[in-house]
Design a protein around this ligand. Structure first.
Ligand code: ASP
Length: 346
């Protein structure tokens, strides 16, 4: 018997509603849309297939949801610029505002997926699920992970269980929160992890479960429009034996408004960088103290750094996400106390 007839019969018999959700796929490129010269080649061009080709490659997608789609751009995510984020945010907000759309899937390169996900979580105002998905193997590869990842992402975005859970990443069966998720392996399909929190849920062949009930979600703190210009914020990676003269070059950058320091250990900064930190603060550049370690929370005022140099504690955000929150915070204020409040909240 055809699936559709069975569904209608069952809905009469059991009073079950089989109304399908509508999920809009916004394609942006990445390996999920990548094409290699052979099925075992590790060299490929990300962002080669169109949204329509991606959707056509996943059988059964139309059983999960009515699919609509649009192509925001088709890029390797390592090439994304701040203007691409603004463009994407505007598309996503417009799509979320459509009354017929229940959820959104964004196909995306994995290299900077965590950054786009966190950025969107701070600027998109909606209760509808937003799910970023990609793949580690190109579409043409043996055992490409793209089709099942996309299938699961559509199931997550179309599920009522996902309402009010914000922006998520769906990769290799795990559902990960945008605040916590990070890429942890250069090539493995099990690369996305949330080192501090673990996954929030799981999707197995389109079957979606969450590990915990919903916590009340807060209104997003920022918004962007066509005129939004995000300020320049740099990341400095600390290591034993940093030459402070190199650091001085960074602050010659015109329009630099912020620096995130990926400190060693607990966000530690070599003591001989004290005069550099003072110089930076005297120029009005805000400094956020984060860590290069990859998990854990940076302890407030470790080695008296925050109070001595008026630094902002980046808490549990990795340096690349701390940069995003600092850029957005700087669109509102330069006051380190107020910026600390943002870091304590988001
Ligand atoms: N370089 C690719 C990208 O981020 C990698 C991937 O998607 O896995 O677009």
């Amino acid at each position: 018997m055809k699936k559709i007839t069975l569904a209608i019969l069952m809905s009469f018999a059991f009073g079950i509603s089989f109304a399908k959700p509508t999920v809009e796929i916004i394609a942006t490129g990445g390996t999920i849309a990548g094409v290699a010269s052979s099925s075992s080649s590790t060299i490929y061009k990300a962002g080669s297939l169109s949204a329509q080709q991606l959707i056509d490659s996943v059988s059964g997608l139309e059983d999960l949801a009515n699919i609509t789609y649009q192509q925001a751009y088709n890029k390797d995510s390592g090439d994304l610029q701040l203007s691409d984020w603004i463009k994407l945010a505007r598309i996503v907000q417009k799509t979320a505002n459509k009354s017929n759309v229940n959820g959104i899937v964004i196909t995306h390169g994995t290299d900077t997926m965590e950054e786009t996900a966190y950025f969107l979580s701070l600027v998109i105002n909606t209760k509808k699920p937003i799910v970023l998905v990609g793949s580690m193997r190109p579409a043409t590869s043996i055992s490409s992970d793209g089709p099942l990842n996309l299938y699961n992402a559509v199931a997550i975005a179309g599920s009522k269980k996902s309402i009010n859970r914000g922006v998520m990443v769906a990769m290799n069966g795990d559902i990960l929160d945008s605040h916590d998720v990070t890429k942890t392996n250069t090539v493995s399909v099990q690369t996305f992890k949330s080192p501090n929190a673990g996954p929030i849920g799981n999707a197995t062949m389109g079957d979606v479960t969450y590990n915990s009930p919903l916590s009340a979600s807060e209104k997003v703190p920022f918004s962007v429009n066509a005129d939004t210009k995000l300020p320049d914020v740099a990341i400095i990676y600390e290591y034993a034996g940093v030459n402070p003269e190199m650091l001085d070059k960074i602050i010659e950058t015109p329009n630099l408004k912020g620096i995130v320091i990926a400190g060693v250990g607990d966000g530690n900064i070599p003591s001989y960088e004290g005069s550099f930190l003072k110089k930076v603060r005297n120029k009005g550049i805000v400094i956020v103290r984060s860590s290069r370690v990859g998990s854990g929370t940076v302890t407030y005022d470790y080695n008296n750094l925050d109070t001595s140099f008026d630094l902002v504690n980046g808490n549990d955000l990795n340096p690349q996400k701390a940069r995003i929150l600092l850029m957005l915070a700087l669109t509102k204020t330069n006051d380190t106390k107020k910026i600390q409040q943002y870091f304590n909240t988001y």
